[in-house]
Design a protein around this ligand. Structure first.
Ligand code: C5P
Length: 317
């Protein structure tokens, strides 16, 4: 149960967590994962995308990218997951887009230390792409305006604009219209377990499988935004994800993992994005660790995490 016991300041204390660290020769950047507190699917659009309202929050599970200049006029991606060491990698595509927009011939190598599981509903690829845009802007002191960055981010993927700011935000349209919300995270949710079932899920396939009964009018996201702004109790029934029914029906591994999380002691379990990752909030570290250990003993991949605001929101308090 999500009770009303004040709020956690930990979102506000991230100013020391510099996301981009540069020197002349090298640039390191962190790319944080996200969870979806809500995800309303309003309907299918003429362009094939779905109109969304979703409340997203970055969490402290992150990939690390290291950018270095190379002599060749190209972008190289070298990833700890060999499947991602190719031209399709969204981080590489982001660097290529920057070079094309400004006709830059300087080449760049991107080393990508992948920790965020892939095709997991945690936004890892999108976050990597946003991290590259931010890193190059800062490292090479590029002249892009915030609107330019948003435009490039949206062309790379629906979730990429959110990761330019991260923290807590309401995302609408395809997901690319981002309204940052004041940093606030309910104390009863201060620890998060992220359980990644051992399958990958195609976001496109999940959206294709929706039926009209999965559509909502955006009310859950509005209600949760209102409650967060008022720092009042979050009702668990409002933490709605319109993709969850379809994913639980189509992927028995995810339905089983959900049951196992509940049986292990989680009181609330929700799908993140199009899954398959499930998240469960906890108010006490000891309980979260106990549940994590039980699930790991069953062979599950489970991360202990918390909400973070990578750009630091100290001024908002
Ligand atoms: O924008 P992105 O490439 O990340 O989206 C992946 C796929 O997910 C899209 O091709 C589309 O099929 C589906 N999608 C959707 N509606 C959205 C976002 C994604 O239908 N708002």
């Amino acid at each position: 149960m999500l009770d009303k016991r004040g709020f956690s300041m930990h979102n506000a204390c991230m100013s020391h967590a510099q996301r981009v660290q540069t020197s002349r020769d090298v640039c390191f950047v962190r790319a944080y994962a996200k969870i979806n507190l809500t995800l309303d699917v309003l309907g299918r659009r003429a362009d094939g995308y779905h109109e969304l309202a979703t409340v997203m929050q970055t969490v402290d599970l992150y990939d690390t990218l290291c950018l270095t200049a190379i002599d060749d006029n190209q972008v190289q991606v070298i990833c700890t997951s060999p499947a991602l060491s190719n031209d399709e990698n969204l981080a590489g595509r982001a660097a290529q887009l920057v070079r094309q927009r400004l006709a830059i011939t300087q080449g760049v190598r991107i080393e990508l230390y992948k920790r965020i599981p892939m095709a997991a509903g945690l936004g890892g690829g999108s976050s990597d792409a946003a991290a590259v845009l931010l890193a190059l802007q800062q490292w090479w002191q590029l002249p892009f305006t915030p609107a330019d960055l948003l435009d490039m981010a949206a062309s790379l993927g629906s979730d990429v604009p959110f990761f330019l700011t991260g923290g807590l935000a309401l995302c609408e349209g395809r997901g690319e219209r981002v309204s940052p919300l004041p940093a606030y995270w309910p104390l009863p949710m201060r620890w998060l377990l992220l359980l990644k079932p051992s399958i990958g899920i195609s976001t496109a396939a999940v959206f294709r499988s929706l039926s009209a009964s999965d559509y909502t009018d955006g009310r859950y996201s509005q209600l949760v935004c209102g409650a967060l702004s008022a720092r009042s109790e979050l009702q668990s029934e409002n933490l709605h994800n319109g993709l969850e029914r379809s994913v639980l029906n189509s992927y028995p591994e995810v339905a089983r993992a959900r049951e196992d999380l509940l049986a292990a002691g989680a009181s609330l379990v929700r799908l993140s994005g199009s899954g398959p990752t499930l998240f469960a909030p906890f108010s006490e570290l000891a309980k979260a660790v106990e549940v994590q250990r039980r699930l790991q003993a069953q062979g599950y991949e489970v991360y202990l995490s918390r909400a973070v605001s990578p750009n630091g929101d100290v001024n908002l308090f």
